[in-house]
Design a protein around this ligand. Structure first.
Ligand code: ADP
Length: 275
């Protein structure tokens, strides 16, 4: 692995030449750089709400005889506090997903159940924004793994779809089976929104830890920048992956792909009867 550093050489205002420095970095060194970067990011992300809380507490003390201002500062403290709480919770989750204990196991999990749980969990957020979230799973599909993790992954995608969409739009959550050229069957769980969309150069980057396209918007919606990194870890740990397709201004579709573990014939029958 090579690390390339470009150093422009200038004469006055003009760049006259560029020196490229190639250094060979082994995997261990690269991992060390990633780790150091992560620790620096975590420190920064934790310091921001902590200093906001400290400043707000001072402001409350100073505004003691202005009840309206006290109320305003207190509700901001509440928001910062819950963001800090979510950040710590997601950091713990991410570090657990990177450890051996996160291996998802071999229990069959109903995809239908995962989708309905995830949609249920985001009901409150959806109601507040007047966004309709509709789940249309193919009945009876089974994957292997950890139901809690899979529900978290789909839930994170639904939360994002709501957070990055205008009011009164729709979010669709679907599942279907696709087959590779070699016959391998996959379950694709897709979350589609009619939101702000993501520009081409950002499409890969959104899965990086702490990467946000618009940090101010992410902060306003209570985002931590870790949601999609968690989704990616869960999908990879389950032998699959996650991808995104998007058109700026029209919307995005995030798709989690997992190996199909089988079909629950009974579930299929029940759904067919209901239909
Ligand atoms: P956050 O907590 O900021 O939402 P995520 O890791 O979940 O962090 O997402 C990273 C970034 O990707 C977000 O800050 C946002 O800019 C972008 N993003 C995620 N989901 C969507 C979406 N459905 N539509 C548009 N942008 C999105």
């Amino acid at each position: 692995t090579f690390l390339v550093r470009a150093m422009p050489l200038r004469t006055g205002d003009r760049v006259t030449s560029v020196v490229l420095r190639f250094s060979d970095i082994t995997d261990a060194r690269r991992l060390e750089l990633v780790r150091r970067d992560f620790v620096a990011n975590v420190s920064h992300e934790l310091k921001t709400p902590v200093s906001a809380l400290t400043l707000l507490a001072e402001a409350v003390q100073e505004a003691a005889d202005d009840p309206e201002a006290v109320q305003r500062f207190a509700s901001r403290m509440q928001r910062e506090g819950s963001r800090l709480g979510r950040l710590v919770q997601e950091l713990i989750e991410l570090s657990r997903l990177q450890g051996a204990e996160a291996l998802p196991g071999t229990t069959p999990v109903s995809v239908e159940h995962v989708l309905s749980e995830a949609v249920d969990r985001s009901r409150l957020l959806a109601e507040q924004t007047g966004i309709t979230v509709l789940a249309r799973p193919e009945p009876g599909l089974l994957v292997c793994g950890n139901e809690i993790q899979l529900t978290t992954a789909v839930g994170n995608l639904v939360d994002n779809a709501i957070a990055y969409s205008p009011e009164r739009t729709r979010v669709g959550v679907t599942s279907r089976v696709t087959t590779d050229a070699d016959g391998t069957e996959w379950v694709e769980l897709a979350v589609t929104d009619q939101g702000i969309g993501i520009a081409e150069p950002e499409l890969d980057r959104v899965f990086e830890r702490f990467y946000r396209i618009d940090p101010a918007r992410s902060r306003a919606t209570g985002g931590t920048g870790l949601g999609l990194a968690i989704v990616k870890h869960i999908a990879t740990n389950h032998g699959g992956g996650v991808s995104v397709w998007s058109v700026v201004g029209s919307g995005s579709t995030f798709t989690i792909r997992l190996p199909l573990a089988g079909r629950d014939a009974e579930a299929g029958d029940v759904a067919a009867e209901v239909a």
